[in-house]
Design a protein around this ligand. Structure first.
Ligand code: NAP
Ligand code: GDD
Length: 338
């Protein structure tokens, strides 16, 4: 039985990865940081099937201890401060978690379980102000946020440990991936959840920032399979994981409303722009500058041909299917809570 250690198991990806590895027969260890409340929302369904270990990505000794305890064959480093706007409010902490945290994982593994294979959660946010369209493994990085800059560090230190110590360490450069387990502050979940609440009459409208930015959105359940595949290869390499389609926040929003039976049209420009219910004339989306970012990533679209060729990976959920999955889930969830 193979053993896997997942940092960030309480997050969106950690929970899907744990589901997947358990289905493959793995023994799964999940690293959790100490908190005064229990944040097992995404993993309560599998809590009896995994082993929880307490450690913090900020604390090297605790990482070494849990690695010694678990003796993992595979380590998936998903723990991070992952919300881009917070990285401007807490740039130093973001660097500690998202950049130096990676070194702590690599160094702990090198000392305690040198034969283990390591997955590092790199990000398309590293491409930032993109230098090629589409972006692939050879596209240079141009991060646009403290988070993006921290991920670039994490990416290169992973490559450095691979080259310095012959460690089996891979980076997956994952483009945005979403699901009904996505955190509520990320734009897709904010939209699906708000649309559901508007449909159920619980709120009147939602506020968004830049609706013209474009993302390559996939489904988290597909993307964790790529993480696992990377660690099953004969050689450690880095891979872009994406759908190859790009859509604006505006398009995401329009289709989410349409799917819920509230078609909207846009009126006005810039900060005066509003999404108006076509049937009732009610305002359903307002643009608010408080969601604008100091620097924006305008366009992301990935080329995952390497992953498709070498890993045999491809996405199964497309843009509209993803929106339907999220809106349907939130409609049910919000109705149950009513
Ligand atoms: P997420 O839902 O925000 O989960 C982040 C996880 O990190 C949570 O389990 C969190 O634990 C944990 N964590 C944060 N600080 C920690 C600390 N000091 N010590 C231990 N654990 C800590 O993120 P996600 O969407 O699943 O993403 C997983 C990883 O992939 C992240 O590294 C993210 O940056 C990266 N990524 C995500 C995407 C995407 O579109 N989702 C794309 C590219 C890369 P708590 O529950 O205690 O907060
Ligand atoms: N969060 C949020 N809230 N974003 C908004 C809003 C809003 O009200 N209105 C517009 N947006 C725009 C943002 O300006 C951004 O251009 C886009 O929606 C997507 O924002 P997020 O969903 O917060 O994701 P992200 O692209 O910044 O970051 C996510 O993807 C990265 C991979 O590219 C995160 O999951 C990162 O951790 C991940 O690395």
């Amino acid at each position: 039985m193979k053993k896997a250690l997942i940092t960030g198991i309480t997050g969106q990806d950690g929970s899907y990865l744990a589901d997947y590895l358990l289905s493959l027969g793995y023994r799964v260890y999940g690293m959790i940081r100490r908190s005064s409340t229990v944040a097992y929302e995404r993993i309560h369904h599998l809590i009896d099937d995994i082993t929880i270990l307490n450690a913090d990505i900020l604390d090297q000794t605790s990482l070494m201890d849990i690695m010694a305890q678990a003796q993992p064959d595979e380590i998936y480093n998903l723990a991070a401060q992952s919300f881009v706007p917070t990285s401007w409010n807490q740039p130093v902490l973001t660097g500690e978690f998202t950049a130096l945290g990676v070194t702590r994982i690599l160094e702990s593994a090198r000392r305690v379980v040198p034969g283990s294979r390591i997955y590092q959660a790199s990000s398309s946010e590293m491409f930032g102000k993109v230098l090629t369209v589409p972006q692939n493994e050879k596209t240079p990085f141009y991060p646009r946020s403290p988070y993006g800059a921290a991920k670039v560090y994490g990416h290169w230190i992973t490559i450095n440990y691979r080259e310095s110590y012959n460690q089996f360490a891979c980076s997956g450069i994952l483009f945005n991936h979403e699901s009904p387990r996505r955190g509520h502050e990320f734009v897709t979940r904010k939209i699906s959840h708000s649309v559901a609440r508007i449909k159920l009459g619980q709120i009147q409208y939602l506020e968004l920032g830049n609706i013209d930015s474009r993302r390559d959105w996939g489904y988290a359940g597909d993307y964790v399979k790529a993480m696992h595949l990377m660690l099953q290869q004969p050689e450690p390499e880095d891979y872009v994981i994406s759908t190859g389609e790009t859509h604006s926040v505006r398009e995401f929003c329009e289709y989410a409303f349409e799917h819920a039976g509230i078609p909207i049209e846009w009126t006005g420009e810039g900060l005066k722009e509003q999404g108006v219910d076509k049937k009732t004339g009610q305002v359903r989306v307002k643009i608010s500058p408080k969601y604008y970012r100091p620097a924006e990533v305008d366009l992301l679209i990935g080329d995952s041909s390497k992953a498709q060729d070498k890993l045999g990976w491809k996405p199964s959920v497309r843009f509209k299917d993803l929106i339907e999955m999220m809106v349907d889930h939130d409609l049910k969830d919000c109705a149950d809570l009513k």
